[in-house]
Design a protein around this ligand. Structure first.
Ligand SMILES: CC(=O)[C@@H](O)[C@H](O)COP(=O)(O)O
Ligand SMILES: NCC(=O)COP(=O)(O)O
Length: 253
């Protein structure tokens, strides 16, 4: 039995804020969601301060930073405005993600390879502020080379295409995309990068990706908040943690 590194769960609470904003009030409070998530086993909290503030807002980030007892991972566009906000907030980590106003959710990975010159100084500024920088990228080694070039120590593999193929029942595409992720995790680790994964994960896909020994953190939000409508957030997180543990155990055999 090989001992695998622990697999951390980062709970993304964006869509607690989506529900709150639906009526313009204060309920449900993303901070309360984060506290429940931590009590249920979340190793960290992820929150995406989008440029359009469609869900998480600046005040949410400030309250999370001042109250959380676990690391806060701020997802953000790689813009000067967001870098300035992050340097004032000082989250444990910042994950640089692509943003398009008209998108319903993140649609692809950050094209780090296409913007190394712009990204480099921004990654350096965040790191100088003591913030661990990750790049949310497609499972593509070209992006990992760019991560190394700009000095980002972590990549988060975008699992959305694979998860969408699984949900659509497209077995051929799902298999091809999962094999791409398997190869990518090895390639990223071989470059000395810490490997995370996220987007669209549910217990079944989380169990599968937990079996990849190179992956040390999963960031999961939408499924957890959606399931919380029926089963409560703590129950959803316990189910997710159990799935992750099953996947890790299978890999260790
Ligand atoms: C980067 C990523 O996959 C998500 O964490 C991101 O937050 C998705 O955007 P929404 O949360 O707005 O759907
Ligand atoms: N970076 C992925 C994340 O934080 C959550 O993505 P999702 O589970 O809401 O799709």
């Amino acid at each position: 039995m090989t001992s695998l590194p622990p697999l951390r769960l980062g709970v993304n609470i964006d869509h607690v804020a989506t529900l709150r904003n639906a009526r313009g009030g204060r309920h449900p409070d993303p901070l309360r969601g984060a506290e429940i998530a931590v009590a249920a086993g979340a190793d960290g909290i992820t929150a995406h301060l989008r440029e359009d503030r469609r869900h998480i807002r600046d005040d949410d980030m400030a309250r999370l930073k001042s109250h959380l007892t676990v690391p806060l991972n701020m997802e953000m566009a790689a813009t000067p405005e967001m870098v300035e906000i992050a340097l004032k907030l000082k989250p444990h980590a910042a994950c640089l993600v692509p943003e398009r106003r008209e998108e319903r959710t993140t649609e692809g990975g950050l094209d780090a390879a296409g913007q190394v010159d712009e990204l480099g100084p921004r990654v350096k500024a965040l790191a100088a502020g003591g913030i661990r920088v990750s790049l949310f990228v497609a499972p593509d080694p070209v992006q990992f080379d760019a991560a190394v070039a700009v000095g980002a120590p972590v990549v988060e593999l975008h699992t959305g295409t694979w998860c969408e193929a699984v949900a659509a029942g497209d077995r051929i595409l799902a298999r091809a995309e999962f094999e791409r992720i398997v190869r990518a995790a090895r390639e990223a680790k071989a470059r000395g990068l810490e490997v995370h994964a996220g987007h669209g994960l549910d217990p079944m896909t989380a169990e599968a990706i937990a079996a990849l020994p190179e992956v040390v953190e999963l960031n999961i939000g939408h499924w957890l908040v959606a399931e919380a409508v029926f089963d409560g957030l703590a129950g959803a997180i316990r189910r997710m943690r159990a799935a992750m543990q099953r996947g890790r155990a299978a890999a260790g055999r």
